[in-house]
Design a binder for this molecule. Structure first.
Ligand SMILES: [Zn+2]
Length: 227
């Protein structure tokens, strides 16, 4: 059936912002695209694995996650581009809030991209081996991706591990950047709890190192944010 999961391949810029290459039977899924001008580094990493990038999945529309989307979409015209329908609007630099959404200020870099998704999701879909898990709060349409083969959780900015495992609901004094980009801390904390309940075997964040057996650290992070 599907390929066995191999350890996630992390492509990092300056050790602080991450994209991931996930192996599938039909090629590679790229999760996030780093800062602008990172496309070549990502393509080199895919070359190193020896498989083509067949789809690009975005956890959310912040500039340090979509920065090289246009560059990569130009280099990979056949690749699918996927993002939540909600953050697709932010990707198009539409920063209006929906009726019923928290009136908190949208924070962070929404410079957007010219590339439009070929497909959008809401949460609950399956993309290859990855389950889309709605995890709103950091941005309104933020998602995480759970690899059903080995329970690696690609958590975007719902958690960071730089300076220790932390949610983006509360500032980590050692790495305040992700909190500074968070739209709704209360919603983000709810999502952090829901992601913990998935019992991931590995936490692969947008910022910081991959952490194995992250459950206890995620619980501490939730307790800190809730305090
Ligand atoms: Zn972010």
């Amino acid at each position: 059936m599907s390929a066995t999961a191999a350890a996630p391949v992390r492509v990092s810029r300056f050790g602080f912002v991450n994209a991931y290459l996930v192996r599938e039977d039909d090629g590679l899924t790229l999760i996030d695209t780093l800062l602008p001008r990172s496309g070549r580094a990502i393509l080199r990493a895919a070359d190193g694995i020896g498989a083509p990038i067949v789809r690009i999945v975005l956890t959310h529309a912040h500039g340090d996650h979509i920065g090289s989307l246009d560059q990569l979409a130009a280099a990979l015209p056949q690749a699918e581009v996927l993002i939540s329908s909600r953050d697709a609007r932010l990707l198009a630099s539409d920063t209006t809030l929906d009726p019923g959404e928290s009136r908190e200020k949208l924070r962070g870099d929404y410079r957007g991209a010219a590339t439009r998704p070929t497909r959008t999701f809401e949460g609950g879909e399956r993309i290859g081996s990855l389950e889309v898990v709605a995890a709103p709060g950091h941005t309104p349409g933020h998602v995480a991706l759970l690899d059903a083969r080995d329970r690696t959780l690609y958590c975007g900015d719902a958690y960071s591990t730089l300076g220790g495992v932390a949610t983006s609901a509360k500032a980590n004094p050692r790495f305040p950047l992700v909190r500074m980009g968070t739209w709704s801390p209360a919603l983000e904390l709810e999502s952090a709890r829901a992601l913990r309940a998935l019992d991931p075997r590995r936490l692969a964040p947008g910022h910081g190192k991959v952490v194995d057996s992250p459950g206890a650290a995620m619980e501490r992070a939730i307790a800190q944010a809730a305090a």
